[in-house]
Design a binder for this molecule. Structure first.
Ligand code: 3Y8
Ligand code: NAP
Length: 256
């Protein structure tokens, strides 16, 4: 007798939103969770909670109090703290855990990537004469680049910041993805960008700037993903449905 799923979905990515839709279509009991990083996160078709849990202990308590049967970590590959907490809390409470994540991007013909292992190495790699750099990393880590103030930075944030970024020369675009290659190409051209800095997020929502850089023959500084603890991983929302005991193709559900 399989347990009727009661899912906690840690979201904030395109794939998480796709899975939320599938769960809603099948009437699977689930709650979507955002950290609350943005002013108006995309509404979801399932009940949604916003805010941290309070570390591993807080997440474990949440799993117990809400009798969560399946924890799905569909957070961004750079949300390393959340993913580590999910593994720890699932272990403490014996909750089934699976990650829904996307493969990292691989360089294609025509790409001019330099790979670095983390944010500090990316900052160091920018030592040298002034350039015009698209820093497509969002808002949380921009201040680290004040160590290389000589460059002109093109910044793209989801929300307007309360305070101007601590970078003497910068242009700021407030926009949320997913982005399109054509508009990113126009943006890179309009700002005469000569280097793009990117996280290896994978997926389709942030890849536009890489396609645009390739088309314009621009170099890319690619930040590799942080290491994450071992856990069951799926790359497709339908595989999560199967894991939950639901047939991924609608209309062939049996007794659910
Ligand atoms: C709050 C939820 C969906 C999810 C869409 C994806 C695609 C569009 C592209 C560039 C890169 C960046 C950033 C980015 C993308 C998707 C996805 C993705 C990159 C929202 C969202 C939340 C966040 C948090 C935000 C971070 C920031 C990172 C901007 C919603 C829109 C740079 C990551 O201002 C801040 O504090 C923003 C912080 C974490 C990284 C950073 O360090 O600043 N995402 N992004 C989630 C929460 O509260 O739990 O507002 O709707 C979601 C999406 N952003 O459902 O369609 O799947 O990745 N997000 C990166 O990849 O490098 C932009 O500009 O080219
Ligand atoms: P993080 O550094 O790994 O997490 C820091 C803390 O934020 C966590 O310990 C947790 O707080 C809280 N948190 C993170 N994700 C949460 C979620 N989905 N629901 C509830 N609490 C959450 O995470 P992050 O890099 O700041 O990312 C935050 C959110 O933005 C995630 O949902 C992620 O998917 C999304 N996002 C991040 C990026 C990125 O580049 N990092 C890109 C796109 C989307 P407590 O310890 O208090 O529980």
């Amino acid at each position: 007798m399989s347990v009727k799923p009661n899912v906690l979905l840690l979201g904030g990515t395109t794939e998480a939103s796709r899975l939320a839709l599938l769960l809603a279509e099948r009437g699977i009991t689930a709650i979507f969770s955002y950290a609350g990083r943005t002013e108006s996160p995309r509404p979801q078709p399932i009940p949604t909670r916003i805010g941290g849990f309070g570390g591993v202990a807080g997440l474990a308590a949440y799993l117990r109090e809400h009798r969560i049967t399946h924890l799905v970590d569909a957070t961004h590959p750079f949300a390393a703290m959340m993913s580590a907490n999910a593994v720890a809390a699932a272990g403490l409470t014996g909750t089934a855990l699976a990650a829904l994540t996307r493969p990292g991007w691989q360089p294609e013909a025509g790409d001019r990537w330099t790979r670095v292992s983390g944010l500090d190495d990316a900052v160091e790699a920018l030592a040298g004469p002034r350039r015009r750099i698209m820093l497509a990393l969002g808002r949380m880590h921009v201040d680290a680049f004040a160590a290389q103030p000589q460059h002109h930075y093109l910044l793209r944030f989801v929300d307007a910041p309360e305070h101007p970024p601590a970078l003497p020369y910068h242009s700021l675009v407030v926009d949320r993805g997913p982005f399109a290659a054509r508009t990113d190409r126009d943006l890179l051209r309009a700002h005469a960008i000569d280097l793009v800095v990117s996280k290896n997020a994978g997926g389709s929502g942030a890849s536009a700037k890489l396609v645009a850089a390739r088309q314009l023959g621009l170099p890319v500084l690619m930040i590799d993903r942080p290491a994450l603890p071992d856990r069951r991983e799926f790359h497709f929302p339908q595989d999560v449905l199967h894991w939950l005991g639901h047939d991924p193709s609608p209309g062939t559900e049996r007794g659910v």
